[in-house]
Design a protein around this ligand. Structure first.
Ligand code: S3P
Length: 425
C-alpha cells in the first residue's frame, strides 16, 4: 500500500508530452502480432495493462521487442499464433481479456484467459454471447465472469446489434470476424471509440465503418505497419481539469489524441466555460493536436446518455470539475461506470462527499451541486487508477491537505502520473 499526501497546488505551468494512448497501444500490439511482417509502433504506452497484452502474445510465440521509443512486433500472421504453455494471465486488463478473446476464438487451439481478483468481477457475458453466436465455445465462471476457457472452432460471420455501448465488445467481434470468410457486421446505437476500425483499415483489412454500422470482410491477411501512437486524452483529462481549477495555471499538452469518438471531454470543458485551445491539428490515421489550457471559472452542464461513450473514462475527473463549478451538473445514463475497475460512481461519490461535495445518485445518473471549495480529506483509491488520479486533482484544488490510501494503482495506465504533475508545480 503506497499512501500519498497531497497538498493544494499554487498553480500549474509548463509544457508536457504524455505517454501513448492505452486503447490505441493495445490495438497496435494485437494487430502487429497477427499481421504478416514487422510492425514498428512508436510511443506504445509502457504500463501494466499494455505489458499484459505484450506478455500474452509472447506466450503464443510472437517476438516483440522494445527498442528505444519503439515497440516492434514480428507478426506471426493471422494463423501463426502458437498454443500457450498454460493459461494466459492478463492482470487487471479488461481490454486485453475482451479483445484477445476475439482473437483466441479464431485459433485452432484451446486457451484459458485469467485475470486478477478485480478483473474476475467484471462482466464477460457481453463478449461470450456474440462470440458464441459466431461459433466459439466459451466457458466462464458462473454468471459470466473470468476465467474464460475458449474452445475455438470454425467461426462464421454474424450481423450483431450491440446491447451495451462498448468498444471492447465491438472489437472482440471484429477480431473474431478476421477469422471468418464472410462479412461480420456490428450495429451500434451510439458510436463507441473506433480505434479498432481505424487500425484494422491501416493494416489492410477490408472494413467499412461509416455511421453506426461496421462491416468487416474476414479471411484477408493483414500487413505490418509503421505507426505512431499519440498521447492519451484520458490521461490528458486530469491535467486539463487541474489547470482549469487551479488559479493562475497555464499548461500545454503536446500531441494528444483527438479522435472524435474519444474527445467528448473537450466539448464538456467548453460548455462548462474552460479555457481550452486545440492547436496544431494533425490528420494522421489517428488525429492528434496540442492542447493549451489556462484556469477559468466554470459552470455546471448537462451530460446526456448519448455522450457517455465518448467520455466514459474521463467522467471521474469531470465529476471533480463539476463539484467545483457554479450551479448544477447532471450526468445521465452513466451506469457503465459501475463495472469498471471499481464502481466509479460509488468511489467518486464517497471521496467527493468526504471533501464536502454534494452528489446525489439515482441508478446510473448523478446530480452534482457545485460549490466554491472542497476540503482536504482522507481519500481512497479503491485500487482504481482513474479514481486515484481524479482524486489527486481534487486534492490539488482543495483547501488543506489530503491523503490517498493507495496510489500504486496508477501504474495500470500512467506510471509517471505523479512525476508529470510534480513537474508542472
Ligand atoms: C476501451 C473501451 C472502454 C474503456 C476502456 C478501454 C477500449 O470500455 O472504458 O478503458 O480500449 O476499447 P468499454 O468498451 O467496455 O466501454
Amino acid at each position: 500500500m503506497a499512501k500519498k499526501t497531497i497538498r493544494p497546488a499554487k498553480k500549474l505551468s509548463g509544457t508536457i508530452t504524455l505517454p501513448g494512448d492505452k486503447s490505441i497501444s493495445h490495438r497496435a500490439i494485437m494487430l502487429g502480432a497477427i499481421a504478416d511482417g514487422t510492425t514498428v509502433a512508436r510511443g506504445v504506452l509502457d504500463c501494466d495493462d499494455c505489458n499484459y497484452t505484450i506478455h500474452a502474445f509472447r506466450e503464443m510465440g510472437v517476438r516483440i521487442a522494445k527498442e528505444g521509443g519503439s515497440t516492434v512486433m514480428h507478426g506471426a500472421g493471422l494463423n501463426g499464433l502458437k498454443r500457450p504453455a498454460g493459461s494466459i494471465y492478463v492482470g487487471e486488463s479488461g481490454t486485453t481479456m475482451r479483445l484477445l478473446a476475439g482473437i483466441l476464438a479464431g485459433q485452432k487451439f484451446e486457451s484459458v484467459l485469467e485475470g486478477d481478483l478485480s478483473l474476475s468481477k467484471r462482466p464477460m457475458q457481453r463478449i461470450i454471447e456474440p462470440l458464441g453466436l459466431m461459433g466459439a465455445k466459451i466457458r466462464s465462471a458462473s454468471g459470466g465472469y473470468p476465467p474464460l476457457r475458449i474452445k475455438a472452432g470454425k467461426l462464421k460471420p454474424i450481423d450483431y446489434k450491440m446491447k451495451v455501448a462498448s468498444a471492447q465488445v465491438k472489437s472482440a467481434i471484429l477480431f473474431a470476424g478476421l477469422y471468418t470468410t464472410g462479412i461480420t457486421k456490428v450495429r451500434e446505437k451510439v458510436k463507441s471509440r473506433d480505434h479498432t476500425e481505424r487500425m484494422m483499415r491501416y493494416f489492410g483489412a477490408d472494413i467499412k465503418y461509416d455511421g453506426l454500422t461496421v462491416a468487416l470482410r474476414g479471411g484477408r491477411r493483414l500487413f505490418g505497419q509503421a505507426l505512431e501512437v499519440p498521447g492519451d486524452i484520458s490521461s490528458a483529462a486530469f491535467f486539463m481539469v487541474a489547470a482549469t481549477l487551479i488559479k493562475g495555471s497555464k499548461i500545454r499538452i503536446n500531441r494528444v489524441s483527438i479522435n472524435p469518438t474519444r474527445a467528448g471531454i473537450l466539448d464538456v470543458l467548453q460548455r462548462m466555460g474552460s479555457n481550452v485551445k486545440i492547436i496544431n491539428k494533425v490528420e494522421a490515421f489517428e488525429p492528434f493536436a496540442d492542447i493549451e489550457v489556462s484556469s477559468a471559472v466554470t459552470k455546471g452542464t448537462v451530460i446526456k446518455e448519448e455522450e457517455i461513450p465518448r467520455l466514459i473514462d474521463e467522467l471521474p475527473v469531470i465529476f471533480v470539475l463539476a463539484a467545483l463549478s457554479s450551479g448544477r451538473t447532471i450526468v445521465r445514463g452513466a451506469s457503465e461506470l459501475r463495472v469498471k475497475e471499481t464502481d466509479r460512481i460509488r468511489s467518486m461519490q464517497d471521496n467527493l462527499s468526504s471533501m464536502g461535495a454534494k452528489i446525489s445518485v439515482c441508478k446510473g445518473s448523478l446530480v452534482i451541486e457545485g460549490r466554491r471549495y472542497l476540503d482536504g480529506a482522507p481519500l481512497k483509491s479503491f485500487g482504481d487508477h482513474r479514481t486515484c488520479m481524479a482524486m489527486t486533482v481534487a486534492a490539488l484544488a482543495a483547501k488543506g491537505a489530503s491523503a490517498i490510501d493507495d496510489v500504486a494503482c496508477v501504474s495500470k495506465s500512467f506510471p509517471e502520473f505523479f512525476d508529470v504533475m510534480e513537474g508542472l508545480k
